[in-house]
Design a protein around this ligand. Structure first.
Ligand SMILES: [Zn+2]
Length: 136
């Protein structure tokens, strides 16, 4: 049985939830169907299901997506900053410990959870799944 938009946005009690944009739910860790329940059980660990609408999060598999985006858009610029600081000023090691290290940690840890939430919510909203060959 294929899942339609109607069944995807209807919970077990028959309530039909309005379609919420992934940008309104995922980055805030909210359930992509109801927008009220919580998506995460830990910092990056997904819950089994939404406590409000019962959406099963077993479909969610963002794989390396969040790590890739964090590396490309925040981690690389932070490393370039550390390298440029070393090349231009050649400061003592303690300067890197109070500038480069916190910058690297903040730019890698802070965006991971909102990015993972956004990708999981986008998977639900756009019904993204593994590709299959027709007729197989
Ligand atoms: Zn929910």
């Amino acid at each position: 049985m294929t899942e339609t938009d109607e069944t995807r946005f209807t919970d077990a009690s028959g309530k039909v939830w309005p379609k919420l944009a992934p940008t309104r739910t995922g980055p805030f860790g909210k359930c992509p169907r109801c927008g009220e329940g919580h998506m995460f059980a830990g910092y990056l660990t997904l819950s089994r299901a939404c406590e409000v609408c019962g959406l099963d999060f077993s479909y969610a598999d963002p794989a390396d997506g969040p790590a890739f985006f964090v590396q490309m858009f925040t981690c690389v610029p932070a490393v370039i900053f550390a390298l440029m600081l070393e090349i231009v000023a050649s400061p003592p090691v303690w300067v890197h410990l109070v500038t480069s290290l916190p910058l690297l940690l903040l730019t890698t840890l802070l965006p991971l959870r909102p990015l993972k939430g956004w990708l999981v919510a986008s998977q639900f909203f756009f019904k993204a799944q593994e590709g299959r060959l027709a007729g197989s």
